[in-house]
Design a protein around this ligand. Sequence first.
Ligand code: NAD
Ligand code: MG
Length: 387
Amino acid sequence: MSVRSITILGATGSIGTSTLDLVERAPDRFSIHALTAQRDVAGLAAVARRTRARRAVIGDPALYSELSEALAGSGTIVAAGAQAITDAAAEGADWTMAAIVGTAGLKPVMAALAGGRTVALANKESLVSAGSLMTRAASDLGATLLPVDSEHNAVFQCFPHGSAERVRKIILTASGGPFRTMPADRMAAITPAQAVKHPNWSMGAKISVDSATLMNKGLELIEAFHLFPVGADKLDVLVHPQSVVHSMVEYVDGSVLAQLGTPDMRTPIAHTLAWPERMETPCARLDLAQVGRLDFEAPDFDRFPALGLALAALREGGATPAVLNAANEVVVAAFLEGRTRFLDIPLIVAKVVERYRPSAPATIDDVLVIDGEARIFAREILETVAA
Ligand code: NAD
Ligand code: MG
């Protein structure tokens, strides 16, 4: 078996760390080409040394010398800045994990696709914003885009590729997040600490808040729309608190195929790492007798308006998903810093989507302009409703 070169964009985050855990268990199968992070110099330097990475790139240019010192004598080539991350991605490792959070990951993902190899996509925000520009680029460039998001990875495993007409529905499951059963009148007081405490998954702060508002599931509907050619009307959300059934595909004959597993991102990551083969993982095995029961319920669009907002953006198409996503990134960051309230997140996002209506992007640069302008609108509206 030949050794595959691996690049991990966002190597110090939750997905990056899970990816490294798998890669480091099979040192004879993988070699690390590049690792990137935004600010965590110590974390990045430690994994770069441990894995003898060829390159380490820190996003914040002010941290260049700190990283250089930390990696002195290691043989790892050091660089800094957003462009350096994109350049490292462009070098085209055999397999790239796209695990930067937010549309900051868009250019690096596009650069990795241009390498024409395999890109495992966790960074859903980039696909939500760039949509068909990204999937078209992947197919034009001959790159393979594999979904890491647990729901999309589950659908990918159940989907009849090349025969989408056999599918009646894609059903994305949602845990419902930490506030699934919280009465509406208590939701005004939700704190960032409560919002980032997900009942089943351990994840980065931004996606944890998105899971709490259900914006995450909304973004995932848009993500599914771009990954699986069935049309928006065939995408459904089903709340499933145990996070054992990771998603389902219903066929026209009534058969429903599901992918199940314990809630551990290393399973979908391993699927993309070994694809089209399979590899062992250290994940806890699913013991259904111990789980005992699987519950399902319809999502509550009233208590979780972000889901409806994302659904409307999906149906509208054009620039709206990019505007929705950028506004959400700004408002979630403000919520995490205590500058706005939980229930204001969807209200502010809705206002941005209402007020800023650019025409559909034709290029990735258009997407980034729309993203930047939507952020300005979001910051302005934030100031008028600040906590
Ligand atoms: P995280 O916050 O734990 O890690 C983010 C990584 O991106 C870090 O390495 C950080 O240094 C880097 N980064 C942050 N801002 C950056 C910037 N401006 N430029 C370059 N790099 C930057 O996030 P995570 O939970 O690992 O999530 C990463 C992506 O994967 C997100 O898009 C998320 O929605 C998606 N995802 C995560 C999970 C999960 O279980 N954590 C599941 C499905 C999808
Ligand atoms: Mg998911």
